[in-house]
Ligand binder design. Structure first.
Ligand SMILES: NC(=O)c1ccc[n+]([C@@H]2O[C@H](COP(=O)([O-])OP(=O)(O)OC[C@H]3O[C@@H](n4cnc5c(N)ncnc54)[C@H](OP(=O)(O)O)[C@@H]3O)[C@@H](O)[C@H]2O)c1
Length: 323
């Protein structure tokens, strides 16, 4: 089958369109014809050999997909051939087919385009799990979203706004500012040209209740210093490339919590809760309460360009590969 093949862990130098064997169907699994694979920052880390999971080359990157069921194992009853589904996979999404355990396969709601469905499991699943399960966000909270126009950031902006929080979105360009305003941000900080700490003092003099941080680097400590008493700093990722050290006196002084979020592990440890979260997100989409932004699509021949855009900090919302 055609795929974007990572044949060495050398980043974009190690990937090219090629052939991989079609994956074998296993018990409890479904074979999906991939129509859309959403692009995530971890895809880039994976082809660089810098992600926590390091598949041996050759492999295809891509951790969330949508498409049609082509085949199911004899013991599968949850989905049938022809169903439109979305799924998360450990890797392999930028390819014509994937085989997935049906525990991680979900039926696409009627009317939802497949590129939108492909953004739900990882990007929206992570943002929802972080804000609801780990951050306990409610409609009294002020939420600061860093990297708010990125894949998980824009999802978090929409979800926090849907939950009724006052959303402060931090972004690095005018286009990104427009995107987060459209997604429901109440306030926008351009941290490429404004001082994050002093703007936060102006916008939230009593501090922010929740910080959603997929960026890391210097912004993390600034955000932590800006939390309110009893606040929560949600550690999502380190897109800046810098894993910050956190002064341990700050959580003490603020009575606040530093909370790790690892959606992939959560989804495998508690699949029932993950399914319930994704059901809620699908219902919110039907009600028009979330509206995932797919800003660009790429055919397989140009899938590496999508990874390049992610690395160049150029993506807004979600990029989707259409194998
Ligand atoms: N914990 C989990 O379960 C989980 C799940 C999914 C993803 N993640 C992590 O979340 C992070 C974001 O993933 P994503 O797919 O949303 O990525 P993305 O779409 O590329 O967004 C990342 C955002 O980070 C900001 N950023 C700051 N410095 C950057 C740099 N040097 N290079 C690239 N971006 C930079 C950018 O916003 P500005 O330009 O506005 O600063 C960008 O929009 C990654 O670290 C990823 O590994 C974690």
């Amino acid at each position: 089958m055609r795929a974007l093949v990572c044949s060495s862990l050398d980043g974009l130098d190690g990937v090219a369109v090629g052939q991989l064997p079609a994956p074998r169907l296993a018990a409890g699994a479904a074979r999906i014809r991939v129509r859309a694979a959403a692009v995530n920052f971890p895809d880039l880390l994976m082809v660089q050999g810098r992600y926590q999971e390091r598949p041996a080359p050759p492999f295809a990157p891509g951790v969330e997909v949508a498409g049609e069921v082509l085949e199911v194992a004899d013991d599968v009853e949850e989905v049938a051939v022809g169903d439109r589904v979305f799924a998360s996979v450990p890797h392999g999404g930028y390819a014509e087919q994937v085989v997935v355990d049906t525990g991680q396969v979900f039926v696409v709601p009627d009317g939802m385009p497949l590129p939108i469905a492909a953004t739900l499991p990882v990007a929206y699943g992570t943002a929802y799990h972080a804000l609801v399960d780990r951050g306990g966000v409610d409609n009294c909270d002020t939420a600061l979203i860093l990297g708010a126009a990125g894949g998980v950031g824009l999802a978090a902006t929409q979800i926090a706004a849907t939950l009724g929080a006052r959303v402060i979105a931090a972004v690095s360009s005018p286009d990104k500012a427009d995107a987060v305003r459209a997604a429901g941000a109440d306030e926008v900080i351009r941290y490429d040209e404004q001082d994050l700490r002093s703007r936060l003092r102006e916008l939230a003099p009593d501090g922010v209740d929740v910080v959603f941080d997929p960026v890391g680097g210097d912004a993390t400590e600034v955000a932590l210093r800006s939390t309110a008493w009893g606040g929560r700093l949600l550690i999502i990722g380190f897109a800046s490339g810098d894993i910050p050290a956190i002064p341990a006196n700050l959580p003490l002084l603020k009575g606040c919590a530093v909370v790790g979020v690892f959606w992939g592990r959560f989804a495998s440890i508690d699949p029932a809760r993950n399914r319930s979260n994704l059901d809620t997100l699908a219902a919110w989409w039907r009600d028009g309460r979330i509206d995932p932004l797919v800003s660009q699509t790429f055919d397989l021949d140009h899938a590496a360009d999508a990874l390049r855009l992610i690395g160049d900090r150029g993506a807004i919302g979600k990029l989707v590969v259409t194998p």
